[in-house]
Structures are given as C-alpha cells and as structure tokens.
Design a binder for this molecule. Structure first.
Ligand code: ATP
Ligand code: MG
Length: 504
C-alpha cells in the first residue's frame, strides 16, 4: 500500500432534491487493498460508489486517480479508467450466454463469428476458474443461479482489465459458502494489486476481509479505520452515533397448541420438479420456527403455499384446525397469516406509491378503512401516521414514493402493514436482508414481540446467526425435503451447515 492512492475523493457532494446524500466526502483507496464502506441504511454508501462508477454525476467535488483529477460523467468514462461496478441488481442480458455477456461491448470485428465466440468462451471459463469464481460460460444467463450471475459480473470487470472493483452489498445474495469463496477471490485480486471497495451490513464479514474500513453517517464521512486496530463494537457505535441498545433476548417459553400442520405436502415448481417433496411440518402457537437452507431448496415454495400463492399437488395443510382445500390469498389473510416476502420491492411494496397507499394494500376493503366502498381518507392518513411512528419508519412525508426510502425503512413499513393486524402466523422471508445493524435489531425485536404475545413465526433465512438467535426450532430443507430439525438448545452451527449441504 505505498505510492499514490489509486482513488481519492475530494469534497464530493451529491444532492438529490433536498437530500444531501454525499456531504463533502473525502476518501482515499490504496492500490492492493480491500476497503469496506459502512453505514446505516441511507447513509450514502451506494451514492458514493455510484459517483465513482459514473452512474451519478457529483454535484461538486473532485475524484483523482493516481494523483490526477479525472472526469467520470458516465459508466463509459469509468470503464475507460479501469473502474468496474457490480450492482446489487445485475445488469446482464438473460437470453445471452454468460460469455456473450462478458464480451458485450467488446469492439472486436470478429464478434459473432462462431469460432471467435467459442474461443472466447473457453478463455472466459479459464479466467473465471483462475480467480476461483467458476461458471458455465456457454450457458444462457437465465439458467445460472444468482450466485453464478454475480460471478459473471465480476469476471466481466476482470476481463476488461479493470483495476478498481466496486461491489455494492455483494454478499446479500450469496449463501455463506458462496460468500467465503468470494472473499477468497477478493484477497487474490488484492494480491495482484487491484483496488476493491465494497459495502456490507455484516460486521463479521468486514472484520474477515477488509484492510481498512470507512464509516458514513447521514451523507458524511466520519472516519477511516485500520481493521487490525478496531472492533465490531467501535464500528457499530460510529455507525449509529451511540452504543447499540442491546436487542431483546429470547426468553424460554413452552410452545402452545399446534397452529399449522403440514402433512406430506408436495409442491411442483414452475419448472416441473418437486420443489417440496412430502414435507411434514408442525408449528405451534407462540413459537418461532426457523427454516434453514441454501436458496432454491424449497423455501420460496413453502412460503408461497402458506401465503395462498401456490398450489400443492398432494398432502394436507391444516391451519387452526381448518383443513385447506386449495390456495387462496384472501383466505390466508382472513385466517390471520401475514407475509413479508423475500423481495420487498417486487412483491411487497409498490415503489411509486407513498406510505399510506402501501399500508392500505391489504385492508382497503375492511369496514374500518372504507365506508360503502369509499376509503375513509382522512382517517386512513391518521392511521398511517400512527403506524409510521409506532414502527419508526423514517420517511420525508407520508406520500413520498417508498422507493426513495432506504432499505431498512422499506422493511419496517412492510412489517408495520403485516403485523399491525395481529396475525396468528407471520411468514418472514429473509427479513433482515440488506438491513443495517439497528434496523436488524428492530426487526428481531418485532419477531420476538410476536412470540411473546403467543403468535407464531415461520422464519425463512439463510443467516444462521439469525436463526440461532431467534428460532425455537430450526428445520433444514434440502432439495425440497426436510433434512432434519434441531431445537434452540441443541442447535449446532456445523451440523446445520452439513444438513444444508445435504449431508445427514
Ligand atoms: N435517485 C435518488 N433520488 C432521490 N433520493 C435518493 C436517490 N438515491 C438515493 N437517495 C437518497 O440518498 C440517501 C442515501 O442513499 P444511499 O442509497 O446512498 O444509501 P445507502 O447507504 O446505500 O443505504 P442502504 O444501506 O439502504 O443501501 C437516502 O436518503 C436516499 O433516500
Ligand atoms: Mg446502498
């Protein structure tokens, strides 16, 4: 880490309307380092990264590379300077092969001749293998897993010879094993002299991989710390501006009566295979049951069946002693099942609408919210205001489009809508994904609060720490089957990890 910094930010400002997302930020990135950018939801991390990658143009300030001021007005400018960014929502063309995506934009005149493409495919596969991020380069991107698609994005940056790599929350879509593999690759790239800047909300990951850590709060850069000379506690305190208030602890309590009984339920996925294969599962009142497993092993279908969104082929589902005949979203809601889905911005919230409309989505037809089919507008505003305050949703105003809210606040709004009706069962899918430490604690407290009131939670999560902290029982799904179950007291991380990989 000697010589001039690879990248320097000087008083970088980005203003969105009245929001100062980046407030005179100064930052320097060394050659051959992994630099973690941390901060609460909405602190300005993505904004800063997007200015480096040319997605946003700074309002004012300067970026220097190797000591010289540079103009980055577009992603193309950034690419010319050797800067590449891997976004959270990948920008790959689904119908093209992985290799075609990698060479897209390559100006070679041989582009499209078959032999050239075959040679490139082999070359790209070799490059991917060399850095430890293999994928089938000849396959259409649509047929790759999310983790593999991320690999394609990273290899694309490397193929172009980029020396600065920006990764915005790369691990939020990865399983623990995939995340470890990514870190091994990043260390290797660092040893080859690349500069890597990344964000994550998982402090453990930061301590494992970063050389230096910069912390932002409310658009301002607070400090840059050496990983070796700091602690998770110090970082967390910097991020939130105070010591973290300890999350509620889980008090032991006896589970109540069976609430949900699934008996040998089989679900056929959209692709025709058995997504759930004779799954039997019982959930009692006042219990948090965790579902562990690598994504794609039936968790999504399990949540969808219970939310009334998916048919099942065989087996029986009994909820509050009522045997279900078929899927019904209305029916599930009526029986007291709430659902916080995996992708809050696709299936949970309507991004263009404000908080009031989003809160009303599930109850607009109730007598409380509407009179003879007309919404009780003034009353509903007041009601929304109350929920927003109660759940500590921070939004500019009640009608501000929810897509402008930070991830943590979107999630709190969704929780407000789903649990204010006091559901018997809450299905929470990756509820803390993308949330900062404080917002994660808030979500965990909400779940424990439901449990304390005798309500039940089905917690689907890939985060073993979260499951070990909250769940009374952890059930592992693998290839659509129940691999095993562990009680809170007996739960063992290693054994869970083995079951998640299909080993009994
Ligand atoms: N395109 C935009 N238009 C208006 N406001 C925006 C826009 N992008 C970001 N903001 C606002 O700028 C602030 C910083 O947002 P940013 O996305 O950079 O935060 P972040 O630190 O990446 O948060 P998170 O951890 O949730 O990803 C937020 O208040 C956000 O609402
Ligand atoms: Mg962000």
């Amino acid at each position: 880490m000697d010589g001039l910094p690879a990248v320097e930010f000087h008083n970088l400002v980005k203003q969105f309307g009245t929001v100062l997302a980046s407030d005179h930020v100064n930052l320097s990135l060394a050659k051959g380092e992994i630099h973690a950018l941390l901060g609460e939801n909405g602190a300005g991390k993505s904004t800063v990264m997007c200015m480096l990658s040319g997605v946003y143009r700074p309002t004012s300030g300067e970026i220097r590379m190797n000591g010289t001021a540079v103009k980055i007005h577009s992603p193309k400018d950034a690419a010319k300077l050797g800067i590449g960014m891997v976004f959270q929502n990948f920008r790959l063309v689904q119908t093209l092969t992985a290799a075609e995506n990698v060479v897209l934009g390559d100006s070679s005149p041989f582009w499209r001749t078959r032999r050239w493409m075959e040679r490139k495919t082999r070359e790209i596969e070799a490059l991917a293998l060399r850095v430890g991020l293999p994928f089938a380069a000849g396959r259409p991107v649509a047929r790759l897993s999310v983790g593999e698609q991320q690999r394609v994005e990273i290899v694309k940056c490397l193929y172009r010879g980029n020396s600065v790599l920006i990764l915005d929350e790369p691990t939020s879509v990865l399983t623990p094993a995939e995340a470890d593999q990514l870190f091994a690759t990043l260390r290797k790239l660092k040893s080859e002299g690349k500069t890597i800047i990344l964000t994550t909300h998982k402090l453990k990951e930061v301590m494992a991989v970063a050389d230096r850590i910069s912390v932002m709060r409310k658009g301002q850069m607070l400090a840059t710390l050496d990983r070796a000379q700091t602690s998770e506690r110090e970082i967390a305190r910097l991020m939130v501006g105070q010591d973290r208030s300890p999350p509620k602890t889980r008090v032991p309590r006896e589970p109540g009566e069976p609430l949900l009984i699934m008996d040998k339920v089989t679900v056929v996925s959209d692709r025709g295979r058995h997504a759930l294969d004779e799954v039997s599962l019982t959930l009692n009142t006042g219990e948090i049951v965790g579902i562990a497993g690598v994504a794609g092993n039936g968790q999504k279908e399990l949540a969808e069946v219970l939310a009334g969104l998916h048919v099942w082929k065989s087996g029986t589902i009994t909820f509050r002693e009522f045997r279900w005949k078929g899927p019904s979203v209305r029916g599930s809601i009526k029986q007291g099942i709430a659902h916080v889905p995996e992708d809050r911005m696709i299936s949970g919230l309507a991004g263009g609408l404000g908080s009031v409309d989003n809160l009303l989505v599930k109850s607009y037809h109730s007598d409380e919210r509407a009179n003879l089919g007309f919404l009780r507008t003034a009353l509903n505003r007041l009601w929304s205001q109350g929920l927003v305050e109660q759940f500590d949703v921070r939004t500019a105003h009640l009608d501000a489009p929810v897509k402008q809210m930070s991830g943590g606040n979107q999630q709190k709004l969704l929780f407000a809508r789903e649990i204010h009706q006091r559901p018997h069962l809450l299905i929470a899918v990756h509820p803390s994904q993308g949330l900062d430490v404080g917002a994660t604690d808030a979500v965990h407290n909400l779940l424990l609060g439901l449990r304390a009131e005798g309500r039940s939670v089905l917690l689907i999560s890939e985060d073993l720490d979260e499951l070990l902290l909250l769940a009374d029982r952890i059930v592992v799904l693998f290839a659509g089957r129940v691999m095993g179950e562990m009680t809170h007291e007996r739960a063992d991380r290693e054994q869970l990890g083995m079951m998640m990989a299909g080993v009994t």
